[in-house]
Write a protein that binds this ligand. Structure first.
Ligand SMILES: *[C@@H]1O[C@H](CO)[C@@H](O)[C@H](O)[C@H]1NC(C)=O
Ligand SMILES: *[C@@H]1O[C@H](CO)[C@@H](O)[C@H](O)[C@H]1NC(C)=O
Ligand SMILES: *[C@@H]1O[C@H](CO)[C@@H](O)[C@H](O)[C@H]1NC(C)=O
Ligand SMILES: *[C@@H]1O[C@H](CO)[C@@H](O)[C@H](O)[C@H]1NC(C)=O
Ligand SMILES: *[C@@H]1O[C@H](CO)[C@@H](O)[C@H](O)[C@H]1NC(C)=O
Ligand SMILES: *[C@@H]1O[C@H](CO)[C@@H](O)[C@H](O)[C@H]1NC(C)=O
Ligand SMILES: *[C@@H]1O[C@H](CO)[C@@H](O)[C@H](O)[C@H]1NC(C)=O
Length: 754
C-alpha cells in the first residue's frame, strides 16, 4: 500500500506532458464497511467511473501523494489510526495515460483506537460466601449499537451474553479470573478483551469487634467514639445498635460513630455490624460493649487568699472535682484577660493547683478550670472567678468609739485593709519614741482586726499603728495611718501644768509646760501629737538647735519651754516617762487672731463652778465684753467679759467660743466634764450593811414622803462612810443629781422637808 517514490515521479512527469483533458465524468468514491472504524478493522475503498473504457486508478490521501491501483478497489487491512484522513480518487485511460478524469468528491475515513472492556465487580472483588456479586463489562464507547458480550472465566467461555453478569449467593467455586469483551450484533465491530479480574470468595461470615474511645466510663457533656473493626473494609455500611440489637441508633459509611453523651440515657450496651450489596449481606453482630455513663462532675475553683489581690502577692487557684472519685484528673486553666480583652488557655496545666507567685496588674482576669480524665472526658467548666490585682495594700486604722477616754473605758482599734477583707492577720504597733514603733507583745488581742482595750489605763495613752499580712510567702500591707489614744486618769501620778493656765494662746506668746508629780519630778518628757507632724518629743536643750528639724520646744529637767508659739503648735500635749507612764493629755490651740477664750485645760469636775473669759491680744482691755457661744448657739450676750457656770453638770460639756463684734471671735475649745463616779446600789448596800438603823430610817422616811407627795427640791446630802474594801472614801455629794433609784430621790426630797 505504501507509495514507492519511483511511480510517483513518473506520475508527476506524465501530468506535465498531458496538454488537455477530455470531457470525462468524474468518479464516485465509496468505502466499506463504513467510514468510521477502529484500529485493526479492514476497509475497502471503491472508485467507480464510466464502464465503457478501461481505466487505471489513482488515490490520494490528504492530498499528499497519488497512489496507483490497477483496479477501482483499494483494500486497507488492519487499519491504524494514521490511516484515517480524507481520500480522493481519479482515473486515467489505460491506453492513453494522459487522459485523466477529475477527482472524486473527498471521502473522510476516521480510525479510532479500539475500545477495551473493563470488568467492574460489585460490591467488592473480595466477597463472602452467600453475598450477591455483580460483574459488569464496562466500555466507554457505545452509541446505540446492539452489542453482544462474551464472558470468560479462567479463559473458558461462560455461556452468558449480557453486559452484567450476576451471581446470586456466591460459593467458593465462583472464585476465579474473569474477563469480558463485546461484539457488534450483525456487524464487524468488537472491543479488545478486558484485563483479568480476580474474584476471591471467603468462607466465613465475619464478626466485627466493637471498641470505644475512651474505654470504660464516660461522662455526660462529652463524646464517645465507637469503632467497628473488620478485616474487609470497603463497600460496607455500618449499623449501630443501642440497648437491644433491634434498636438501630444510626448508620454510617465509615466504621466509626461518635456518640454525643448528652445524658445518662446515652449509655448502655452497644453493638455494631456491617452490611453491603443488594439484597444487603450482613456480617454477624459484634459482641455487646458497655458504655457506662455517669453525670459530669461539678468543678469548683477556689482562690487563696482571695480574688482581691495586691501586686506582689502569691495567689493559688485550686480546681476541685466534686465526686470525681479515684479518677486520675489533669486540669486545664483558662483566663479571659480583662485588661486586654483576650481569652487564652493557660496551657494544659496538669496540676490541680495553679500558682502565680508574684501577681501583677496583668494577671487580673476571669479564670476558669476543668478536669480531664485519661480518656479525655471533661468535667464541667467551673464558674469563673475574677481576680483583681490592685497596687500596694493599705492598712487603715480607726478608733471606736473615740480616742479621748477616761480610765476604765473600753476602746477598740479597728484595722482593715482597704478594699479587701479575707485572710489577713494583723500586727499592732505603738510609739516607743517619736522615731520608732514597737510591736505590741499582746498583739494577739488584735486577731480579726480588732484590738480591744477593755479597761483603759493612763499608760495606754500613745500613738498606734497597724499592718496586715497574709499568705504563705508573707505579704505585708503598707503601715496604717496612726491613731492616738488619750486616757484621762482620775488621779494620775504626774500632771502637766501649763503656764499660762489655759487651752488657747495667742501666736508669739511664750509657753511653759511642766510635768509635776508628788514625789519625784525627774525623768519626764513633754510629748505632743499634731495632725501634721504626728508625735514628737520636746527636745533636750543640748540636742535642740542642731539635730532635729522638728524642734518645737526645749526641755530642761521636766519642763518644756516654747519661747514663741505658732499655729502649728496646736495639738495635744502630755508628759511621758521612760517607764511608760503618762500624764493626762491636754489640748492646746494657738490662734493667730486677736481674741481667744480662756478655758481650763483639764476636765472640770461635776458640781464645780466654771469661769470662762474672753481675752484680747492687746492688754487694754485684756478682758473683752463679748458674747459666749456653746456648740454654735448663743449662751450669754454682752457679758462683762466673764461667764460663770456656778454648778457644772455633764450637760455643760461642749465646744465653747466667744465673739466680740469688732475684734473678732476666738477658736472653739472643748470643755469636758468629769462625772463623779458612784455606784448607787453599791453605796446603798454598804450603807445599810454599815448601819442597820439606817434601814429603819429609810423605810420611815419613805413612808413620810408618800404622805407628803413629791416636791422636787435638791438637797445636798453628805454621807461619809469609811469602808475597808475599795476607793469609796468619797463624799457623796448632791444626791439630788442622782436620778436612780427613785426612792433615793424621794429620800433627799423628803429629808429636806424634815
Ligand atoms: C458497666 O455497667 C454494667 C452494668 O451496670 C456492669 O456490668 C459493667 O461491669 C460496667 N462496666 C464498667 C467498665 O464499669
Ligand atoms: C448519625 O451519626 C452521624 C455522624 O456521627 C450524625 O451526624 C447523625 O446526626 C446521627 N444520626 C442520628 C439519628 O443519631
Ligand atoms: C470590731 O469592732 C467593731 C466596732 O466595735 C465591730 O462593729 C466589729 O464587729 C468588730 N469586729 C470583730 C471581728 O470583732
Ligand atoms: C500600764 O501599767 C500597768 C501597771 O500599772 C502595767 O501592768 C501595764 O503593762 C502598763 N501598760 C503599758 C501599755 O505600759
Ligand atoms: C526619781 O526618779 C529617778 C529616775 O526615774 C530615780 O533614779 C530616783 O531614785 C527617784 N527618786 C526618788 C526620790 O524617788
Ligand atoms: C480635746 O479636744 C477634743 C475635741 O477636739 C475633745 O474631744 C477632747 O475631750 C479634748 N480633751 C480634753 C482633755 O479636753
Ligand atoms: C489652773 O486653772 C484651774 C481653773 O481653771 C485651777 O483650778 C488650777 O488651780 C490652776 N492651776 C494652776 C497651776 O494655776
Amino acid at each position: 500500500m505504501e507509495l514507492s517514490p519511483l511511480p510517483l515521479v513518473l506520475l508527476l512527469i506524465s501530468n506535465i506532458h498531458s496538454g488537455h483533458t477530455e470531457e470525462i465524468p468524474k468518479p464516485t468514491q465509496t468505502v466499506k464497511p463504513q467510514s468510521s472504524v477502529f484500529t485493526g478493522d479492514t476497509i475497502t475503498l471503491n472508485c467507480e467511473v464510466d464502464q465503457s473504457t478501461e481505466w487505471e486508478f489513482l488515490w490520494t490521501k490528504d492530498s499528499d501523494f497519488e497512489l496507483f491501483e490497477a483496479s477501482g478497489t483499494k483494500t486497507i487491512s488492519s487499519v491504524k489510526v494514521s490511516d484515517g484522513g480524507q481520500y480522493k480518487c481519479r482515473a486515467r485511460r489505460r491506453e492513453n495515460i494522459h487522459v485523466l478524469t477529475d477527482y472524486s468528491e473527498p471521502l473522510t475515513v476516521t480510525v479510532e483506537e479500539r475500545p477495551k472492556a473493563k470488568v467492574i465487580v460489585q460490591p467488592h472483588e473480595r466477597v463472602l460466601v452467600g453475598e450477591t456479586v455483580t460483574l459488569r463489562c464496562d466500555i466507554q464507547e457505545g452509541g446505540d449499537t446492539s452489542w453482544q458480550y462474551s464472558w470468560y472465566k479462567d479463559d473458558s467461555v461462560i455461556e452468558y451474553k449480557l453486559q452484567e453478569y450476576t451471581i446470586n449467593s456466591v460459593t467458593e467455586s465462583n472464585a476465579g479470573k474473569y474477563r469480558c469483551n463485546r461484539k457488534e450484533i450483525g456487524g464487524s465491530r468488537y472491543s479488545h478483551s478486558s484485563d483479568e479480574v480476580t474474584l476471591r470468595v471467603l468462607g466465613l461470615k465475619p464478626k466485627p469487634e466493637l471498641k470505644s474511645n475512651p474505654e470504660g466510663a464516660a461522662l455526660t457533656g462529652n463524646t464517645v467514639t465507637l469503632t467497628c473493626h473488620m478485616d474487609q473494609s470497603t463497600g460496607w455500611q455500618f449499623y449501630w445498635y443501642q440497648h437491644t440489637q433491634k434498636h438501630q441508633k444510626n448508620t454510617t459509611d465509615k466504621n466509626s460513630y461518635t456518640v454525643n453523651i448528652d445524658s445518662v440515657s446515652d449509655g448502655g450496651q452497644y453493638w455494631c455490624r456491617a452490611g453491603r450489596g443488594n439484597p444487603v449481606y450482613y456480617t454477624h453482630y459484634s459482641d455487646a460493649l458497655w458504655v457506662n455513663v455517669t453525670d459530669q462532675p461539678k468543678t469548683i475553683l477556689t482562690v487563696k487568699p482571695e480574688n482581691q489581690l495586691f501586686s506582689g502577692e502569691t495567689v493559688t487557684l485550686r480546681c476541685d472535682i466534686q465526686g470525681g472519685g479515684d479518677t486520675e484528673w489533669t486540669y486545664s486553666w483558662t483566663v479571659e484577660n480583662t485588661n486586654y480583652r483576650n481569652k487564652y488557655i493557660v496551657s494544659e496545666y496538669k496540676k490541680q493547683e495553679y500558682k502565680i507567685s508574684s501577681v501583677e496588674h496583668t494577671h487580673s482576669g476571669k479564670y476558669t478550670c476543668r478536669g480531664k480524665t485519661r480518656g479525655g472526658q471533661n468535667s464541667e467548666i467551673s464558674d469563673a472567678v475574677t481576680l483583681t490585682v490592685s497596687n500596694k495594700a493599705q492598712a487603715v486604722l480607726s478608733v471606736s468609739p473615740q480616742k479621748w477616754l477616761t480610765e476604765g473605758d473600753s476602746v477598740t482599734l479597728i484595722c482593715e485593709v482597704y478594699g479587701s477583707s479575707t485572710g489577713w492577720t494583723f500586727s499592732w504597733y505603738r510609739d516607743d519614741n517619736e522615731f520608732n514603733y514597737k510591736h505590741l507583745s499582746d498583739s494577739s488581742r488584735g486577731a480579726g482586726g480588732n484590738y480591744t482595750v477593755s479597761s483603759a489605763a493612763v499608760n495606754h495613752t500613745g500613738v498606734y499603728a497597724c499592718r496586715g499580712e497574709r499568705g504563705e510567702q508573707v505579704y505585708y500591707t503598707e503601715d496604717s495611718n496612726t491613731q492616738p489614744l488619750w486616757v484621762t486618769g482620775v488621779s494620775p501620778s504626774v500632771s502637766l501644768i501649763i503656764s499660762p493656765n489655759r487651752t488657747q494662746h495667742f501666736t508669739s506668746d511664750s509657753l511653759t509646760l511642766s510635768c509635776e508629780d508628788q514625789s519625784n519630778s525627774t525623768g519626764w518628757t513633754v510629748r505632743r501629737y499634731t495632725d501634721i507632724e504626728n508625735m514628737e518629743d520636746c527636745s533636750l536643750l543640748s540636742l535642740s538647735s542642731s539635730s532635729s528639724s522638728s524642734y518645737w520646744g526645749s526641755q530642761t529637767g521636766s519642763t518644756c519651754r516654747i519661747s514663741s508659739v505658732y499655729t502649728s503648735h496646736t495639738g495635744v500635749y502630755w508628759c511621758y516617762s521612760e517607764s511608760g507612764d503618762n500624764s493626762n493629755a491636754v489640748n492646746i490651740t494657738v490662734h493667730n487672731g486677736d481674741v481667744i477664750l480662756e478655758s481650763p485645760v483639764h476636765p472640770v469636775t461635776e458640781g464645780d463652778s466654771l469661769t470662762l473669759r474672753c481675752l484680747y491680744r492687746y492688754k487694754n482691755p485684756s478682758v473683752l465684753t463679748a458674747d459666749f457661744y456653746k456648740d454654735g448657739s448663743l449662751l450669754q450676750k454682752q457679758t462683762t467679759g466673764e461667764m460663770i457656770i456656778p454648778t457644772v453638770s455633764k450637760s455643760h460639756e461642749g465646744f465653747y467660743y466667744c465673739k466680740h463684734t469688732e475684734r473678732g471671735e476666738s477658736p472653739k475649745s472643748w470643755i469636758s466634764v468629769r462625772e463623779v463616779q458612784i455606784s448607787v446600789l453599791n453605796m446603798l448596800s454598804s450603807l445599810l450593811a454599815a448601819c442597820p438603823y439606817l434601814l429603819l430610817t429609810v423605810i420611815m422616811v419613805f413612808k413620810c414622803c408618800r404622805v407628803r407627795g413629791k416636791t422636787s427640791v435638791s438637797f445636798p446630802l453628805c454621807i461619809f462612810f469609811p469602808t475597808n474594801t475599795n476607793t469609796q472614801h468619797y463624799i457623796v455629794g448632791r444626791l439630788g443629781l442622782v436620778v436612780w433609784p427613785p426612792s433615793l430621790v424621794e429620800l433627799g426630797t423628803c429629808m429636806s422637808g424634815t
